[in-house]
Structures are given as structure tokens and as C-alpha cells.
Design a binder for this molecule. Structure first.
Ligand code: NDP
Length: 314
């Protein structure tokens, strides 16, 4: 099945990057079509208070912010499809094809804004106990562990943020990291360290999540990196916060990606190695990964696409 119309621009992704690209493209009268995903809103959909997005001095809840981003893009005529793209056929300067099942959508340009998802540890019990004591989203699941023992694994800002949030509910929290030095920013680390029910446990790595008789998480086997000794730590909830992987599977092999799977763009723009294909947001960003940087990158993507559509002989 194929829609006969060739769109100017298809945007794949419904986070800050995709919606900002849509806003700029819609105001440029490109009439963009956004495949925002079934769970539109991206990672901010799983966030509570956002305090560092300029223009919101009192802070704003993540899902509300994404609703506003979406509404602003819609105000200028953006069309949305709340479904996940199954595959794409990208072309170097030709017609770009995007598929939902066998439903084909064609466009002169495409902006890739699929974002990233949480990394996993790859240890026994992790997937089996996901949702039964093991979680990758502290702000989503932290409140389930009121007056319970918890653990956060990771040493970056995400781990600190999760620990501070979960400690509001939990009786106690072990912050487990594989090195003695933390990657997190000083302010976030200090905030976590200052809380009386958070204990830093370094250098330790989890080896296994073990279920209790009721089938949910009861123990984490932790190995001390210095001594190699393994200890059983009883916990009710364990939160994995060890970074993210870019959601580039549908474009891998078609557009250039790096060793970690991030889409490679021209350093000064959002252009990929294929003419008419642009990439923005966490899909290309190893480093900053903020709503504001993703939004800024989405804006650049829309402008790059607009200039491409103006100048290319399509
Ligand atoms: P990071 O990549 O910064 O940190 C990941 C952490 O997990 C590292 O400490 C790493 O250890 C550890 N880790 C990775 N793999 C494993 C593994 N297999 N086993 C055990 N530990 C592992 O990711 P974050 O998600 O924390 O942050 C990403 C970016 O987002 C950063 O730029 C951060 O500043 C930003 N951010 C900002 C926030 C804010 O300002 N409010 C909130 C959250 C994130 P090691 O250090 O040894 O490599």
C-alpha cells in the first residue's frame, strides 16, 4: 500500500528534537508529517520535574512539557502518526521511503530523531525481573518502593538523579558504581551524597539479580572489583542507570553510524552522508543529551531540510 503523495518532509521521532524540527518546518510551510512513535514524548515522558529548561523558572513536568512541544508544532499544521516506523529505504538525494508495515510513505527529505534508550547490564536475572523489582527508570518506578531497600547502579548524572529521587520514598539506597571516581557532575554527586539514606558503594559491579520466593527481586549479587569477593545484598528494588544506546536500528547499514550506533552527521550541521537525510537529537549526541540541546538540534535539522528542499533539484 502506498500513499500517492510525496511529502516534503517526514520526521521520525516524537521527543524534543522531533517536535522542534516539526515546529520549525511547519512554520516554514513545509507541512511536515511526524512519525512520533507509539509512546510519543521520548524520554521526557518518563521524567518528573524538569528544572533546567530555560523559560520555565518554576520547573515543568516532563510529560506536560512534551505535550506543549507537540501542541506548538500542531498549531502550525504538523500532522502526527502515533506509531512506530518499521523500516525505511533511504536514498542519496532521491525519494525517501518510510514504512509502517507495508504502508509506504514517501518524502523529499527526512529528519531522523529517534533518540536513545537505556543501556542494560547483560547479567542473569536482569530481563527476567524487569518490572518485578528491576527497573531502568527511577522516576517512573521509584514511588513503588516506599520504605523499602533499594539500589541504583551507575556513576553518571542519571544515577545521581535517580538516587536522589528514589531516596524520597525508599528507606535506604545503595548507590553502586564500578569505580571509586564518579562521572557525574559535582553538584549532582554532592546532592546524592548529602542524603542520609544514600550510601555509596564502590567499586562494585552487580553479577546477578536473584528472585525471592514470590518471584520478585530479593537479592543482588555484588562483586567487589578490588577483592573479587561476591556478597549478597538484600534489596526490593534495583535501578539501572548506566547510560543509553541510540535507537538507530532502522537506519543502520543505510546511513553512516559510529561504533556505538550513533548516526554520524557533518560536524557543522545535521547532514548525514545521504543528501536529504538529516539526523538530530540524542540519536547523534554522545555527550550533552539534554532536552534543550535536542531541541536546538531539531531546529537545525528543520533549517537544513528547508534549505535542502529549496536548493535541490527534486
Ligand atoms: P553516563 O554515560 O554519563 O554514565 C553512565 C555511568 O554508568 C558511568 O558512570 C559508567 O561507568 C556506568 N556504566 C556504564 N556501563 C556500565 C556497566 N556495564 N556496568 C556498570 N556500570 C556501567 O550516562 P548518564 O545516563 O548518567 O548521563 C548521560 C548524559 O546525560 C550525561 O552527559 C549527563 O550529564 C546527562 N544527564 C544530565 C542530567 C541533568 O543535568 N539533570 C540528568 C541525567 C543525565 P564509568 O564511569 O566507569 O564509565
Amino acid at each position: 500500500m502506498s500513499s500517492s503523495e510525496v511529502e516534503n518532509l517526514i520526521i521520525i521521532g516524537g521527543g524534543p528534537a522531533g517536535y522542534t524540527a516539526a515546529l520549525y518546518a511547519a512554520r516554514a510551510e513545509l507541512d511536515p508529517l511526524v512519525f512520533e512513535g507509539f509512546q510519543w514524548g521520548g524520554q521526557l515522558q518518563n521524567t518528573t520535574e524538569v528544572e533546567n529548561y530555560p523559560g520555565f523558572p518554576e520547573g515543568i513536568m516532563g510529560p506536560e512539557m512534551m505535550t506543549r512541544f507537540r501542541e506548538q508544532a500542531e498549531r502550525f499544521g504538523t500532522r502526527f502518526v502515533s506509531d512506530d516506523v518499521d523500516r525505511v529505504e533511504l536514498s542519496d538525494g532521491g525519494i525517501q521511503k518510510v514504512y509502517l508495515g507495508d504502508e509506504e510513505h514517501r518524502a523529499k527529505a527526512v529528519i531522523l530523531a529517534m533518540g536513545a534508550e537505556p543501556k542494560r547490564l547483560g547479567i542473569p536475572g536482569e530481563m527476567e525481573l524487569m518490572g518485578r523489582g528491576v527497573s531502568t527508570c527511577g522516576v517512573c518506578d521509584g514511588a513503588f518502593f516506599k520504605d523499602r531497600s533499594t539500589m541504583v547502579i551507575g556513576g553518571g548524572d542519571s544515577a545521581m538523579e535517580d538516587a536522589v529521587f528514589i531516596s524520597k520514598f525508599a528507606s535506604d539506597l545503595d548507590l553502586v558504581h564500578r569505580r571509586n571516581e564518579f562521572r557525574a557532575s559535582k553538584i549532582m554527586q554532592e546532592r546524592a551524597e548529602s542524603l542520609p539514606n544514600i550510601e555509596l558503594k564502590t567499586p562494585y559491579v552487580p553479577e546477578e539479580f536473584v528472585a525471592g520466593e514470590d518471584g520478585s527481586l530479593a537479592t543482588v549479587k555484588l562483586r567487589c572489583v578490588d577483592t573479587d569477593q561476591v556478597e549478597d545484598v538484600p534489596v526490593d528494588g534495583a535501578f539501572i542507570a548506566i547510560g543509553h544506546i541510540p535507537l538507530s536500528d532502522i537506519v543502520k547499514g543505510q546511513v553512516d553510524t559510529d561504533d556505538e550506533g550513533y548516526v554520524i552527521t557533518d560536524p557543522a550541521s545535521t547532514k548525514t552522508n545521504l543528501a536529504g537525510v538529516f539526523a538530530v537529537g540524542d540519536l547523534v549526541d554522545h555527550t550533552y543529551r539534554q532536552a534543550i540541546t535536542a531541541a536546538g538540534s531539531g531546529c537545525k535539522g528543520a533549517l537544513d531540510a528547508e534549505w535542502y528542499l529549496r536548493d535541490a533539484d527534486l
